[in-house]
Design a protein around this ligand. Sequence first.
Ligand code: ZN
Length: 552
Amino acid sequence: MKRSLFLGLLTGILMITAGCEKPPPTESPLASKIRRFAPTTIAADTSTLSKGDRAALARLIEVTKIFDRLYLRQAWSGNEELLRKLQADASPDGKEMLHYFNINMGPWSNLDHDSAFVPEVPKRPPHANYYPDDMSQEEFNAWVNTLPESQRRQATGFFTTIRRDSAGKLVIVPYSQEYAELLAPAAGILRDAAALTDNASLREYLLKRADAFLSNDYYESDVAWMKLDSPIEPTIGPYEVYMDKLYNYKAAFEAFIALRDNEETARLERFASKLQEIENNLPIDPRYRNPKLGALAPIRVVDEVATGGEARAGVQTAAFNLPNDERITGAMGSKRVMLKNVQEAKFREILTPIARVAIDPAQQPWIAFEPFFTHILAHELMHGLGPHNITVQGRKTTARQEMKDLSSAFEEAKADISGLFALQYLIDRGVVDSSMEQPMYVTFLAGVFRSVRFGITEAHGRGMALQFNYLMDAGAFEYDESAGTFRVNFDRIKDAARKLTGEIMTIQAQGDYASAKQMLDRGAVIRPPMGRVLDRLAAIPVDIEPHFPLSP
Ligand code: ZN
């Protein structure tokens, strides 16, 4: 999975949220679906932007509107016409449907197995509008097998649609041609913005991206995006392939227009400069430590200003890794972009109400966004530390390979718990302020409930349940039976987090699949006290519905 939605796996959400609300008696079924998305203002500070960048930003926000149209067109051949119909419908029902259409960017409810909520709309087409509505997979497979290699690559590539010619034969159409009507004005806007900004790397990216819209070759502009060093951090293009349910070949258009968070970027750099020292002090046998960490994959912390296309649909993205093009990721890795103001909104609208239910009232004052976000940063950085390339009985291999199906859950658990270990290490040495200590552990405990709320089949939730039960058994978390709440035992948590970090990393270093399995089988479960708390979270929103003041 390339992106984190902050809420656990979408399919997990689908299973639980249907039918678990008690709507007011007057509320329509659609209104109760809409109520799962808390309306939230997503603001960003533009005051430090130069005059040129401010003008460029205004132009880039315009591009998001074009990307909405591109995405609607890609999702379903009937989408744009349906939207016009809903916009013209002044009835209360019509208005409600339009509202929910805008949340989902289409007539299917993402949180309800993509079920249609507008009458007479067909089931969501698995081929989206990337392939002809009357094409079968057999026909496509047979056709692709007749193609020469270069055309086969095109047919199965990210940036082409498949259509029929006048004789009914399947043909390849590049996005630059299929969507020329919208991509040409989008390219024009990017060029205008490029002329306005005073940042050279942004100008380079925008010009190359504009070229890509017309040439259909995205490589150079993806490279320019990786090298972006600019107060404005836009991500504009065809990227994720989830909507192509037939093959996961075709990329959907989306746009994130964001501003770099300079304070967090500086903090990230401060952490990054300590990573080798943390590695050298990991609670594992010294021979498992990496004496020379590789270069750090780029991480950007940004605030969202506007989104368009797929980025607007359904559950809001809280962080993403791009690009997906393996020519780039193979040579220079991928860049992780963390949307801080989106995470803050989700923290406020979802995690805070969860904490009010799940956490001992005496410890609730310690729930705070700063330790929450700092731990997320630590989690991302800690993925790069600990055993990765390992030797098992003289054989060179990787922890990932040896952990097989358990590798993701185990690696996520490692990043979480070693994130706590690393922050404690930095607190003990005065690099991170000691006022962070108690809030960090209590906020982490509240976050456990957010992660496992939608089930423990997905790697993050599974890894979280493992940590939670380990820390319960170690007496580091405690359950108050009469109040039905949990609390942190500050006398035990530090040692327990250190010990669990060591156990998980040692299993990874030894490629010990059997021990990993034993640990997950025992720990990655929902025991009754946690289950009872989860039952009491049903009415808390599932996600946010963002409103961008700069992009009304
Ligand atoms: Zn992770």
